[in-house]
Write a protein that binds this ligand. Sequence first.
Ligand code: NAD
Length: 262
Amino acid sequence: EHLPFSGKVALVTGAAGNIGLATARRLALMGADLALLDLDHAKLEQARADLKGHDVRISIHACDVTDNTQVSQVVDAVVRGMGQIDFLFNNAGYQGAFAPVQDYPEADFARVMQINVCGAFHVLRHVAAHMVTRGFGRIVNTASMAGVQGPPNMAAYGASKFAIIGLTEVAAKDLAPHGIRVNAISPAFMGPGFMWDRQVELQARAGSQYFSTDPTEVARQMIGSIPMRRYGSIDEIPGVVAFLLGEDSSYMTGVNLPISGG
Ligand code: NAD
């Protein structure tokens, strides 16, 4: 059976998380073989079990994206094991603390930057080096609407996602001569679940003029700021990623697509 992504190999980072796993599932449905990268081996085993039943090859790779050497080894292992990498969904990330910039914990700032910026760079550069040798590649970086307009109390996260959009634009230019397209997606408020609850809770606790100190009211305020008046579902992300990886977006590179309800 010929599926749109048959014969393609996709490397997904943050693959055991919400957006990574949902997107891996969509790519498997479209026929892509999968290399799943995340921090923790047990969570990856669970992700692989969740994807059972799809007739594609799946390899799992426990790896900390902040460690350039580990990333290099994993990319080599994926190329050896799967033959090639056609698609990269560069998606691992961490939201960080919530505090006004003057109180923002310095160690957490560094950690967010290490994971979201340096980690994404490590993965992108090693995969891109491989893609350049083949003259083909499609890369999607997960940014955020926090990288388009800085939200209050999220100094590190906001700065890190602005950096991802910048990295996307630069990489798109550097890699265009090599047949590689690089784009980004920017989800905004996604729910329900851990990320939504955590940000509602922590924005309330940060106690700024922008949000109530009552989490229920913060949820109402956030939804009230969205033209579509609801948060997005994780299931509204994978199709956008598949669009950017596939040939329907063949003349698009260096763009950032908001997934934000307006
Ligand atoms: P999640 O926490 O469910 O998934 C993130 C995954 O990244 C986790 O499985 C985690 O283990 C992995 N990860 C973290 N640090 C890592 C490291 N050092 N090395 C390897 N893997 C690491 O969250 P999610 O919502 O699926 O987030 C995925 C991406 O989407 C992130 O980049 C996040 O910033 C972005 N995003 C999420 C939302 C949202 O509301 N969910 C909105 C905008 C952007």
